[in-house]
Design a protein around this ligand. Structure first.
Ligand code: 1CP
Length: 343
C-alpha cells in the first residue's frame, strides 16, 4: 500500500494533503500525560521502547495522522556523548556546558550506537505496529541547534554563550561542527536502518546564526550529513527545518539535496511556494498558537495555507510544535478542514 505522506515527499502532488503535527505526541494528550507520569525521568522514558512506541502511536490512533514521528528527543545525541543530560521539571533540559570543545571525541561518537539501540528498537517495533499507509519519521537535531545546547548547558533566550564561543574559537568551532555532524549522521543512519521511512533534521535555533555564517553553520552541515548517509547507501528522504532563517531558505533549499523543507509560521507560504525550488516538497506552516483559539480565525489561516500551496506538493503541518494548552477538539477541526471535509 502506498503512503500519501511518502508519495507527497517524493514530489507527487495530490488533491489530498498528508498531515502530521510537530510534537504530536505530547502533553496536550491525556493519554500521553498518563504514560509520562509512569516514567518521571525523561531520558529513561525515551529509552523505554515499549513506552516510546505507545506514545508514538497515540496521536495516530486518536486522529489518524498520515505520519508518526518516533518519540525520542534531539538531546539523545548529547546524552549518548556523555554530556550529563537531564530534564529538570519546570526548567527544561540541563547539560554540563562544554568549555573547550575537546570534551567530544571521535571515539565517543563511535561508541554512541549501543547506547542509542533502544531508539532503533522502538522504531522497528513501531514500524511493525503501524498500518502500511502511515509513514514513520525518524529525526535528529541539526548540528548548530545541538551545539547551542552543548555550549549553553540548556535552553537559551539569545544563545549568547554559543554565539560568542563561535566567534572566539574559530578552529575549535569548525572541529566541533564537523564532529557533531558526524554524530548526527550516525543517529539518523541508525534510525533509517531500523526502519524509519523518512528523516527530519530540526534546526530549531537556526535564526540565531548571523546571516553571513549560515552557509558554514547551517547549510554545509546538511550536505555533510546527506553525504555520509548516501555513502552508506541510505536513500531515505530527508526534510530539513531551518527555523526562522527567512530569506535564507532560498540558499538552504538551492544548495542542499533535501526532499522536503519545513516552513515556520514567520514565513509567507505564498512567497515560499513561488520562490523555493519546485522539486522540493513544502511542509508547514500553521501557527501552533492558532490551535488554542480555534474557530474562524484558525479556519481562515488553514485555508490560506492550502490555497498558497495548491500548485505544488505540500505536507500540512504547524510552523513549530503543538503546545500543551491545545484543546483536542481544535485538532479535530484542523484535520477536517485541511482534509477538505468542511467548507
Ligand atoms: O515532559 C515532557 O513531556 C517534555 C516535553 C518533550 C517532548 C514531548 C520534550 C522535552 N521532548 C519531547 C519529545 C520530542 N522532542 C519529539 C517527539 C516526537 C513528536 O514530535 O511528537 C521531538 C520531535 C522533539 C524534538 C526536540 N526536542 C526539538 C526540536 C523541535 C522543536 O520543537 O524545535 C528540541 C529543540 C528539543 C529539546 C527539548 N526537548 C524537551 C524540551 C523541554 C526541550 C527544550 C526546548 C527548548 O530549549 O526550548
Amino acid at each position: 500500500m502506498s503512503s500519501l505522506f511518502l508519495d507527497t515527499l517524493s514530489g507527487r502532488q495530490s488533491e489530498k494533503r498528508p498531515i502530521w503535527l510537530m510534537r504530536q505526541a505530547g502533553r496536550y494528550l491525556a493519554e500521553y500525560r498518563a504514560v509520562r507520569a509512569s516514567e518521571p525521568d525523561f531520558i529513561s522514558f525515551c529509552l523505554n521502547p515499549e513506552k516510546a512506541v505507545e506514545v508514538t502511536l497515540q496521536p495516530i490512533n486518536r486522529f489518524g495522522f498520515d505520519a508518526a514521528i518516533i518519540f525520542s528527543d534531539i538531546l539523545m545525541v548529547p546524552w549518548a556523548l556523555d554530556r550529563n543530560v537531564r530534564f529538570v521539571t519546570g526548567e527544561g533540559p540541563k547539560l554540563d556546558p562544554m568549555e573547550t570543545g575537546g570534551e567530544i571525541t571521535e571515539a565517543m561518537i563511535a561508541g554512541m550506537a549501543p547506547r542509542l539501540t533502544p531508539v532503533a528498537t522502538a522504531i522497528s517495533n513501531c514500524r511493525a505496529a503501524l498500518a502500511a499507509d502511515k509513514a514513520l519519521i525518524g529525526f535528529a537535531g541539526a548540528p548548530w541547534t545541538i551545539i547551542t545546547y552543548l555550549l549553553e548547558g540548556g535552553s537559551s533566550r539569545d544563545f549568547a554563550t554559543a554565539r560568542r564561543w563561535m566567534w572566539e574559537n574559530d578552529v575549535r568551532f569548525d572541529r566541533l561542527l564537523d564532529l557533531v555532524s558526524q554524530a548526527t549522521a550516525d543517529f539518523l543512519a541508525l534510525q533509517a536502518e531500523a526502519g524509519a521511512d523518512a528523516l527530519m533534521l530540526f534546526d530549531s535555533w537556526a535564526s540565531a546564526v548571523p546571516s553571513h555564517l549560515r552557509k558554514k553553520v547551517v547549510i554545509d552541515p546538511v550536505n555533510r550529513i546527506t553525504g555520509i548517509l548516501r555513502d552508506r547507501g541510505i536513500e531515505t528522504p530527508l526534510i530539513g527545518f531551518p527555523k526562522g532563517i527567512g530569506e535564507g531558505l532560498i540558499e538552504y533549499c538551492n544548495e542542499t539535496e533535501l526532499q522536503g523543507v519545513g516552513i515556520d509560521h514567520g514565513v509567507d507560504m505564498r512567497w515560499a511556494a513561488a520562490t523555493l525550488p519546485s522539486h522540493l516538497t513544502l511542509q508547514g506552516n500553521l501557527d501552533p498558537l492558532s490551535l488554542i483559539a480555534g474557530g474562524d480565525a484558525m479556519a481562515r489561516a488553514i485555508d490560506e495555507i492550502l490555497d498558497a500551496t495548491s500548485g505544488r506538493p505540500h505536507i500540512f503541518n504547524l510552523g513549530h510544535g503543538i503546545t500543551p494548552e491545545t484543546p483536542i477538539e481544535h485538532v479535530h477541526d484542523l484535520l477536517a478542514r485541511a482534509r477538505g471535509q468542511v467548507s
